[in-house]
Design a binder for this molecule. Sequence first.
Ligand code: ACM
Length: 559
Amino acid sequence: MKRFLFFLAILAPVLGWAAKPSVPEIVPAPRKIEMAKGSFKVKGVSINCDPTFDAATLKLVRQFADKLSLVSGRMSDVASPIGLVKAVESGNTKGLCFIKDASVASEGYKISIGKKAAVVRASDYNGFFYAVQTLKQMLPVSVYGNAPDLKSRWFLPCCEIEDAPRFAYRGILLDCCRHFFSVDEVKKVLDVMSMFKINRFHWHLTEDQGWRIEIDKYPKLTEIGAYRDYTIIKRDLSSSDGTRHGGYYTKAQIRDIVAYAQALGITIIPEVDMPGHMVAALASYPELGCAGSQPQPYKVRTYWGVSKQVLNVGKESTMRFLEDVCDEVADLFPGEYFNIGGDECPKDEWKTDPDCQAKIKELGLVSDEKASAEARLQNYVTARMQKFLATKGKKIIGWDEILEGELTEGATVMSWRGTKGGIKAASMGYDVIMSPNIYCYLDHCQSTDLASEPYCITKTPDRAVPMPKLYGYEPYTGIPESDQHHILGVQGNLWTEFIGTNEYLEYMLLPRLMALSEVQWCQPENKDYDRFIRCLEKKELPILSLLGYNYRTPDELKK
Ligand code: ACM
């Protein structure tokens, strides 16, 4: 009997009795995937592109063809034959075909894999890019490597996939100020974001502890502001690690990273945090501050927390400084958004500073039950920068503090102090990006057992963000259906006060980044934590290992 069953098992596929193959381990899970019997050979497959493809899409497909050629050990050619679209429509094609189809949603794609032909359809660059990411996740893990793998079977399972993102804005913030990360380290973050269909990189470039972007008009921002004398150890204000820390990105490096991200389907949104979080700028140009004629009172900050030293926005010269800086920064980033920060700006100095008080008077700002005159002074800064950046073709995003007082129409609010700011902003008609610290702060501890994890910012277990908590986040919670269209998307934030190495950075980012990608991409009914963990075990974590990323092994997979 045993023997009979054994032969049956061997013969079944030959006789066509095989059960439908199981669904491949794709993260984020596609919206719809229907498996069929059989498979499609990609070893040496010829690839046909829509002749109307632009240079970038053609390059994307050629890179995929080169990768398949390398890993499978047999050459794949790329052609753009006239009449391809008609041939595909009449079912007269072989090989792997990439076709432009305006009916497919933005960033979405369709993949139809038969035994003889496989067809990919999308309407834009990101759609094709994401289709390629999905195809790669359906192939042996070695497709991510740089060496031939002649042992694996280079086939794709026959199936029909229809996929599109839930949210248009799918972001990650990286704080390169509290600790500086090199161009290559930033690119490695962009690489892993793109593999999981994350399309916005919020680059935190200015802070109390370091200014990281070259500005031609103000060279001292990087000569002085990019370096701090030392860093405290953990939270001990009397300690020093004895090491000068810093660095910055030149304009050439920024342009290189922007182009690199663009090819990965990622738009970079720069943040110049104002009018607080500016101590590095004040150390470079003390006249921008409220310290009056006191001798140099500023030092690039060596410790964490919120500084009371902020910009003197009562001076016209300070506002011109902000405009000049944003002018140069905006020119480097082609995206439509610019983040002006706006968080954690204590008003202590403004309450006594003569320039700020004169400005408050001049503008007729008053304190009432809704906001103080000083809070309204920050509204003036936000509105003025919004107006200025509009002349550069940019819309502003700011942290949820920008809602305090009055906010001009057209600003987008990033909800970080929980979800209430986002809920309120959406109810007032502002667009919102949800990035609540309780779910989306990737610097928070990954376990409620804090002692079991490396030292980080989290002091109490209730502030931990274990992966299941992040995975379970539902961005529409508390938001009436009528306001939900204001939720542009979701962002995970990786602040780096306690993250001083690339290895630790990746440990905090991965694999929570993949859980975030399902919050951002998947419809709620397509999310399933058990399936997600199985995918990580079988596919995604081996991919990370092959590519040399450090990651935390999820609790569910710890032996
Ligand atoms: C923030 O975490 N201060 C935006």
